[in-house]
Write a protein that binds this ligand. Structure first.
Ligand SMILES: *Cc1c(COP(=O)(O)O)cnc(C)c1O
Length: 356
């Protein structure tokens, strides 16, 4: 890994693990960079180029594109929904150039995903391209994420020995599943906290023992707006489909946008620390767990995004100006380069067939 992941203290018991110092300022860089390099290595003896198709609603596409940027023998085609990603996210997707191509689809994220899936099934396209995917259920993205749990635990023991709880702001539950893998490898984690916004299907499962996927609710911690998390299948497999087993390791809590903003303000006023909405949900999760159990164990809140990535809500909530870190300053003045396509598969097909 070529960026730091420091543990920063917020109060006596609470620490935050800053996972957002990578090129796209979100923790997804960790998994995406590792996966990109593993795929490049596996591809090293191939003569034919490998083409990765990725549909994205924002963050995943830029982490994947950055991971593969300038990797020899591999090109990436990103499909994103026109007008439905933030200005900065769009810059992150469209200004790399080189082996990265951005397609702006006139439709929704689901349209982008449908186009990618249809392309994989198309005989003519498979003839012309060696196609691959890089989506978030790829295990090569989870494995490297388990290492920062181990590193964070070590950082905590160096400060003071003792049990550690991890609070994970969760959407598709890849991050939390990576923690379970670390525990499976022997890391003595006292407890995992699944911190959610109002998209709380997993919390319901832990309460009732019945899993019911829900439709997605839009929130200010939007990278966690997932009603049917794709890694839930892995979690129930790890616990042999037994909710009692899962309850022994995982506690879940869910919060409103109002509560999230209050937590952002609370952290800022008490610790002088600017936390993004996703981290704030995880902070709340740890506080709820402390209250519920009366435990003195220290908690690590996973900081998944740099506050500048959610500049608008952070500035409005804390009444401060958030400075852009150098990763965003560098791209802010670059020119967007994308190709606009209709969401019809025949158009996408034609585009790919005509491309050299
Ligand atoms: C993707 C993302 C999450 C959710 O992570 P999962 O592994 O899908 O649970 C949380 N916070 C941020 C900032 C993200 O980008």
């Amino acid at each position: 890994m070529n960026f730091p992941v420091p543990v920063v203290q917020l109060d006596q018991q609470t620490h935050i693990l800053e996972l957002f110092h990578g090129p796209t300022l979100a923790f997804k860089d960790v998994g995406a960079r590792f996966m990109a390099r593993v795929m490049a290595w596996l591809n090293r003896n191939e003569n034919e180029k490998l083409t990765i198709l990725v549909a994205t609603s924002g963050d995943t596409g830029s982490a994947v594109a950055n991971g593969f940027y300038n990797v020899p023998g591999i090109e990436v085609i990103i499909l994103y929904p026109s007008g439905k990603v933030s200005k900065l996210q769009e810059k992150q997707l469209t200004t790399l150039g080189g082996n990265i191509t951005a397609l702006e689809i006139e439709g929704t994220f689901d349209d982008c995903q449908r186009l990618v899936k249809s392309a994989f099934l198309d005989a003519q396209l498979s003839e012309k391209y060696r196609l691959s995917s890089a989506n978030s259920i790829n295990i090569a993205r989870l494995i490297p994420q388990s290492f920062y749990y181990i590193d964070a635990w070590k950082q905590m023991q160096a400060i003071e020995k003792g049990p550690v709880v991890f609070s994970v702001p969760s959407g598709n539950f890849g991050n939390l599943t990576a923690g379970l893998l670390a525990k499976g490898m022997g890391l003595p984690v006292e407890r995992f906290i699944a911190a959610n916004n109002k998209n709380n299907s997993v919390q319901d499962y832990l309460q009732t023992g019945v899993y019911r996927p829900k439709s997605t609710i839009a929130t200010i911690s939007n990278a966690m707006d997932v009603g049917d998390p794709s890694n839930f299948a892995r979690m129930i497999d790890i616990y042999d489909n037994d909710v009692e087993n899962m309850r022994r390791d995982i506690s879940a809590y869910s919060y409103s946008d109002e509560q999230t903003k209050e937590a952002m303000l609370d952290v800022y006023q008490k610790a002088g620390y600017v936390i993004d909405p996703h981290g704030a949900v995880a902070y709340l999760g740890f506080k709820s767990w402390q209250k519920e159990t009366g435990s003195n164990s220290r908690g690590i809140v996973l900081g998944t995004a740099h506050p500048a990535k959610f500049k608008d809500v952070v500035e409005e909530t804390l009444k401060i100006d958030v400075e852009l870190p150098k990763q965003l300053l560098e791209i802010a003045h670059k020119t967007k380069k994308s190709t606009i396509l209709n969401s019809d598969f025949s158009i996408f097909h034609q585009y790919l067939m005509q491309r050299s």
